[in-house]
Design a protein. Structure first.
Length: 142
């Protein structure tokens, strides 16, 4: 009886060793990064984990693009020129960026705040394509 039990444990250990413990296919699926002829494309990425779990509405040039939360991204097409990405309401975080047509830009969005301090504060920074792609792995489109 003990031999059978030990044999079953060994068999289970063997099968467990064959199981994949790596990231799922969904987590490693790369987001398709595309430009648009005659326009600049900005990918606004909020990574997970973030400093806060608060949802934060964001605008570009005063036009709302949506609310971000940890693990989301937005793809925004804009004309060439200067654009300001900012939080709304009491969130006074902002970034002004000059963009050129036919180019792709990545902006990382981080938010501070908690359930105690419910007024979020946004931080924006331009990141390179490699960091942008890495930040978007597993992120959901907002």
């Amino acid at each position: 009886m003990a031999k059978n039990f030990i044999g079953m444990l060994a068999l289970l250990g063997l099968f467990a060793g064959c199981a994949s413990m790596g990231p799922s296919a969904q987590d490693t699926q790369a987001v398709r990064i595309e430009g648009t002829p005659g326009k600049a494309v900005i990918y606004l990425v909020r990574t997970r984990p973030d400093l806060s779990d608060l949802t934060t509405p964001v605008t570009i040039g005063g036009d709302p693009i949506g609310a971000t939360f940890a693990g989301t991204y937005y793809r925004v097409e804009v004309p060439a020129g200067r654009h300001t990405i900012s939080g709304t309401g009491q969130d006074n975080g902002a970034l002004t960026i000059d963009v050129r047509a036919d180019r792709v830009y990545f902006v990382q969005h981080s938010v501070s705040g908690s359930w105690r301090a419910t007024n979020p504060h946004s931080f924006f920074r331009v990141i390179d394509e490699a960091r942008g792609r890495a930040a978007m792995v597993g992120a959901e489109r907002g």
